[in-house]
Design a protein around this ligand. Structure first.
Ligand code: G6P
Length: 606
């Protein structure tokens, strides 16, 4: 979480830093700040709220200088107000920070005892004080910074600007990513290449434990052992252009409607149109592997849960799904005959990354299914499979999710082919089914016309239940998650069969129940659960197909009738109306759809 950007060179720093922050706003948006150095004077502007607020402050009170650092925050320690906004300054040392300093209290106690006075509630503020303390013992600024980094515990990245050194910045990476950009007589530092893309294509990623002294002509990098190291300078594929919303009101709406096209791109990479699905190169033998671990957070973890149904049913391959934050601490039984798959839009989620490293350390071969190809997970996994969703800006994931599903479905069928668990006719049929996904996604978008009226009613309710069965159970969970994220209405997803074991107590007229029920082999079972809801006065929104509607539509309060699709791809198609429903409810409630409160797109703290 939190976005860092810094630069030193020839041009006025503040406008470029502000532009960098705008591109990093997906990492957090509760407060922001910039510090620059001009004529030997360190100065800063900070504001609570989004980058636009900081821009307004800078308009009134501009900052001079050609060297500076900047930050957009997602609060961990201390409320999101102006005082706690970065950069934090002490004794002419300004610091921006992403991550958590776990031993900050002990350091703060020590520094306060030594006479340092603190102004904020943040963990970050110990860093400039600690560096200042080391400078007092006679160390020069860069050595003092390196000494301070050695004392910090936790996962973080840092960027430091010294009033006494207008010619350099010091950067450190311990657990959170940081990239250095090379310009013409100018140097840049950013949380990722997104921030730096308009400034330069030439990017160097710091590795774990690295710290760097960045001067006008280049960066001197030191490894975890303090010794100088070389890191490759590559060309970033990120576009310098800021993404636009086109004719859509929000990025989320645009991204929902992009799904037919990005699903086509993703499926095309698997050659589904040829009738044979290509298996990406994997670091393990899919025929021999004893089980797969699938690990992720948030929406990506729900893609894994759907994939478990596919891999087990079609490829007869056991799958264990874990939330990354649980996996890393539950001491999973890892053996080298297993494979591990990590699914992440950003490729930077701290818990998913830590789980990946845990598997690598245990000798379990790892695959990253990632949307951002230059991300840490993409670089650290033994094999990378890209989802081709394109940049996803809305914090609530939509097109990244469906492209994750499409990727996992292709991999499951390709695994079935390798493992001999589907015959030639079944494989051909599956490829044709997958090839039809973009068309069905388009139909799903088109047949949701009535959704606006339903959204109008749902915008007034306090609680909602979502039910699904089989591979559509995780889709019910995703529907509930989407609604919670952007409308702030309480929603829970349940396996339809679990209803009677507890959640049925919540059913009344005020709590609509959304039932995801394509007419598949478990439809009859779900239909019984719908009857149970209605018998208790519950109002049901039935999300189904023509056959399902014929069977149950007259009993439901509302229906959304989707195209009839084979069960394999139903989760990909049936999630689309749930995304749209959440979107339209959010619009009616007037929430900040693309940047909902308290959330961030890329969660780089655990
Ligand atoms: C955050 C986002 C979610 C996302 C999750 C995992 O919580 O708000 O939309 O599903 O992180 O992110 P990843 O980038 O690993 O898919």
């Amino acid at each position: 979480m939190c976005g860092i950007v810094g630069l030193l060179g020839r041009r006025p720093a503040a406008p470029l830093l502000l532009e960098g922050l705008r591109r990093l706003e997906y990492r957090g948006y509760d407060s922001a700040g910039i510090a620059t150095l001009a004529e030997g004077r360190l100065d800063r502007r900070r504001a609570e709220g989004k980058i636009a607020k900081l821009a307004a402050v800078l308009e009134d009170q501009p900052l001079d200088g050609t060297i500076g650092i900047a930050h957009t925050r997602w609060a961990t320690h201390g409320r999101p107000n102006e005082t706690n906004a970065h950069p934090h300054i002490a004794d002419g040392i300004a610091v921006v920070h992403n991550g958590i300093i776990e031993n900050f209290q002990a350091l703060r106690d020590r520094l306060e005892a030594a006479g340092h006075v603190f102004a904020t509630e943040t963990d970050t503020e110990v860093v400039p004080h600690l560096i200042a303390q080391h400078q007092r013992t006679g160390l020069d600024p860069t050595r003092a910074a390196a000494r301070a980094f050695d004392e910090l515990e936790g996962a973080y990245s840092l960027l430091v600007l010294f009033q006494s050194r207008p010619d350099l910045l010091v950067a450190a990476r311990r657990g959170s990513p940081l990239a250095i950009g090379y310009g013409d007589g100018e140097m840049f530092v950013g949380s990722d290449a997104t921030a730096l893309a308009p400034l330069t294509e030439r990017i160097q990623y710091l590795e774990e434990g690295d710290w760097a002294v960045v001067g006008e002509d280049g960066a001197q990098i030191h490894g975890a052992d303090g010794q100088p190291v070389e890191r490759e300078i590559g060309r970033t594929a990120f576009s310098g252009a800021l993404m636009g919303k086109g004719n859509f009101r929000h990025f989320m709406e645009k991204e929902i409607y992009e799904q037919p096209s990005v699903l086509g791109d993703t499926l095309h990479a698997f050659d589904v149109g040829t009738g044979e699905i290509a298996m990406p190169s994997l670091p393990f033998d899919i025929k021999a592997v004893s089980r797969l671990h699938m690990v992720a957070c948030g929406t990506a973890s729900l893609a894994c849960q759907v994939a478990r149904y596919w891999f087990e049913r079609h490829a007869h391959l056991p799958v264990e799904c874990d939330l990354a934050s649980e996996f890393r601490y539950r001491r999973p039984l890892l053996t080298t005959d297993q494979g591990a798959v990590f699914v992440s839009q950003s490729g930077e989620t701290a818990d998913t990354l830590a789980a990946l490293r845990l598997c690598r350390a245990a000798g379990v071969p790892t695959v990253g299914i990632v949307n951002v190809p230059e991300s840490t997970i993409a670089r650290e996994a033994d094999a990378l499979v890209r989802t081709l969703a394109g940049p996803e800006i809305g914090v609530a994931s939509t097109k990244a999710f469906t492209t994750q599903l499409a990727t996992l479905a292709c991999m499951a069928i390709a695994a079935a082919e390798r493992r001999g668990t589907m015959d030639a006719a079944e494989l051909k049929q599956a490829a044709e089914t997958l090839n039809a996904v973009p068309g069905h996604a388009l139909e799903a978008l088109e047949c949701c016309a009535g959704i606006q009226d339903i959204a109008e009613e749902f915008a007034q309710v306090r609680d909602l239940l979502y039910l699904g069965r089989g591979s559509n159970y995780p889709i019910a969970l995703e529907g509930a998650l989407k609604l919670k994220e952007i409308t702030y209405i309480h929603a829970e997803g349940y396996a339809a069969g679990e209803l009677k074991h507890g959640p049925i107590a919540l059913v009344d007229e005020a709590t609509p129940v959304i039932v995801v029920a394509p007419s598949d082999d478990v439809f009859e079972k779900t239909a019984s659960n719908v009857q149970e809801v209605m018998a208790r006065g519950g109002r049901v929104l039935l999300v189904t197909d023509q056959a399902g509607h014929r069977a149950l539509g007259d009993k439901a309060t509302w229906s959304l009738v989707l195209p009839t699709v084979p069960p394999l791809i139903a989760p990909i198609v049936f999630v689309i109306p749930l995304q749209l429903l959440a979107y339209h409810v959010a619009v009616r409630r007037g929430t900040d759809v693309d940047q909902p409160r308290n959330l961030a797109k890329s969660v780089t703290v655990e």
